[in-house]
Design a protein around this ligand. Structure first.
Ligand code: SAM
Length: 315
């Protein structure tokens, strides 16, 4: 029995040095701590502590292999931090986003699965744009990602598209640093990505040269109402406040970003913005109040909740 691997539950009385014991113990611990995905988190942390991938862990789980003491000790430490609601991605240093493994940690927003859909919608628009502009040889589509954070959207779009130029704009230096690290480790092929420090609510003032140039402007801005503190400690205590809060209603910063996007887009260009499940109608209203963004439509996430709204700049 490994003295260091104690769960504070009845599982301490069983052999805790087999894969199944450790996973069961951690899953119980995480369930009691109110963590939404206890078993996947346990699997991810055990694979990380063992320095193996998830497929190798599945094989070791199948044969219920014994776990080396150094691994179970490290695993117990990680589980203790996780039960105190340190984000899983801060413990492993990695956030999975579409095909990417992004480096994340304190100072940057952990990219969320629902944002994968937003990046997917950008890619769909790019492929449609490709077929529309086939005769326009040599023209490379240009995407601006406002509030780029870890670079999740920018880098997914650039790595999954054949040749696109992407510009990410981020106001917080710490977040920008994470995106630059992620850029360093990305295989872009013929695409390009540039991340710049800047205020997305005033980008056209700083960079008037960008006006009317973007085929697509995408943003996952801060949109939580200032007074609404998120329920999950992982979010409230670990995501940077700058990444969360969007003003009194949550839509103040997004509203200012919409006005910038309108100026950045070329006629016919597409705007896409993530928002909370309650903000679809508000986002469409903001878009309808602009001079040239039209045909606003809201789309749902994996759980059927309103998640992002798109609009097209009139030709
Ligand atoms: C919700 S996070 C999204 C990050 C990333 N795009 C993603 O989807 O994971 C919002 C990001 O916007 C940044 N931000 C907040 N206000 C900004 C502003 N005025 N200009 C540029 N970036 C801003 C935050 O620092 C944070 O990185």
């Amino acid at each position: 029995m490994l003295a260091s691997t104690r769960w504070g539950t009845e599982l301490d009385t069983v052999r805790p040095n087999l894969v199944s014991d450790l996973l069961r113990g951690a899953t119980t611990l995480f369930t009691e701590a109110g963590i939404a995905s206890p078993e996947p988190d346990a699997l991810e942390l055990l694979a990380y502590a063992w320095e193996i991938d998830r497929a190798a862990l599945s094989r070791r789980r199948l044969f219920d292999d014994p776990v080396p003491e150094s691994v179970s000790t490290r695993f117990a430490e990680l589980c203790d931090q996780r039960r105190q609601r340190t984000p899983l991605q801060h413990l492993t240093g990695i956030a999975h986003f579409r095909h990417l493994q992004l480096q994340v940690g304190p100072g940057v927003f952990v990219p969320r699965p629902e944002t994968e859909l937003l990046a997917g919608a950008v890619l769909t628009e790019l492929s449609e744009l490709d077929s529309r502009t086939e005769s326009d040889e040599g023209r490379r589509p240009f995407v601006i990602d406002l509030c780029s954070g870890s670079g999740a959207i920018s880098l997914s779009v650039a790595t999954e598209s054949e040749r696109v130029d992407v510009l990410g704009v981020e106001r917080e230096p710490a977040a920008l640093d994470w995106s630059l690290k992620n850029l360093e480790h990305s295989r872009l092929g013929e695409s390009t990505v540039e991340f710049i420090l800047g205020d997305a609510t005033a980008v056209t003032e700083a960079r008037p040269d960008l006006c009317g140039r973007a085929d697509i402007v995408v943003t996952n801005p801060p949109y939580v109402p200032d007074a609404a503190v998120p329920r999950d400690p992982e979010v409230a205590e670990h995501d940077p406040a700058a990444a969360l809060y969007g003003g009194d209603s949550g839509l103040e910063i997004p509203g200012r970003i919409i006005l910038e996007a309108e100026q950045l887009l070329r006629p016919g260009g597409l705007f896409l913005m993530e928002h909370s499940e309650e903000q679809g109608a508000g986002a469409r209203e903001l878009l309808a109040s602009t001079a040239s963004l039209r045909h606003a439509a809201t789309f749902q996430d994996y759980t059927g909740r309103d998640r992002y709204t798109v609009a097209r700049r009139e030709s």
